[in-house]
Design a protein around this ligand. Sequence first.
Ligand code: ACM
Length: 383
Amino acid sequence: MSPVSSASTGEPWRVGVLFSRTGFMAIIEETQVRGTLIAIEEINEGGGINGREVVPVIYDPSSENALFRAHAKRMIVEDQLSTIFGCYTSSSRKAVLPIVERLNCLLWYPTLYEGFEYSPNVIYTGAAPNQNSLSLCEYLTGHYGSRFYFIGSDYVYPRESNRIMRELVNRRGGQVIGERYVALRASRPDFVPIMNEIVRLSPDIIFSTVVGESTVHLYQAYADFGFDPRNMPIASLTTTEAEIRAMGAGVGEGHITAASYFESLPGATNSAFVKRYKRRFGSDQSTNMCVEAAYFQVHLFARALELANSLDPEILRPMVLGAAFNAPQGTVSIDADCSHANLWSRIGRVNGHGHFDVVQESSCLVPPDPFLTGTGFGRLIPA
Ligand code: ACM
């Protein structure tokens, strides 16, 4: 049983929020705190859930996996929480996973990742590889060429994401001509030897799985070398409006990201979302795919909680599976078989204002296929 029973006490619904507000991942994870908070504020302005307010209990793990683990444990054991919204890096999710499984908590994870994972204690609301890598590879080979160079931060998501991308590239007759990893805290000089190798190898595309503040250093090093994104763009699954803002629109212009959401999407739902975000956090601030997933997952949680009227994961989880919400990216829902989200698939190119022009999008929701079983990629499953 979870620490929180189904009794209707009239007390607030207390939920954990676990993203880095300091350290090298704060550039993106702070935006996930904000997405979580504005959804909670909207829910409370609407009267809460079954008349009870939602109260966030926020911890800052400072971009350290050991602190993610320690704070998750404290949230569950000491604070008696059974719902946590949190984690950006796959290494932090994997640090938290044994705790949420052993203590039976529900972790809502709003970040694209490498797939090949399923836990009954996790609701995955970011993209799986079939919802971003697949279309990105097709787009890049169709528009830029077939010689790829991979750069990643050195941890599980980049290495696994590159394994999948290599397979996709090879299947389309392309080749990966270089693959390099840098430390998670890499700075601009760390990318210089890599840029020198890129000069020598002259790939058609750089596929980046660099995350956090290092993203800014990578794109700036690329600009320092005078490369032209029209001939050799950096393509990514993680570079959002937040990193583009930090590096400057001039540095980001022309580069490519595959995501379910961009701030520039049309439609009344997104426009109200962006307006609210700017009003709350500043007119110079931008939404991004990670804010949006952090936001809509809280609304999905609220719908499920309204039906369950309990934070006990055993009672709440069945209400989550199949739940839908009209999100800023379009309607999204949780697949009842694999606990991952049905999402839209889009490709954007950064324009001179630091926003993404959508250059390709799916005609319908793309179902999650975290183990790439339904798309003919069975042999990508680790033995
Ligand atoms: C990630 O580490 N899932 C971006």
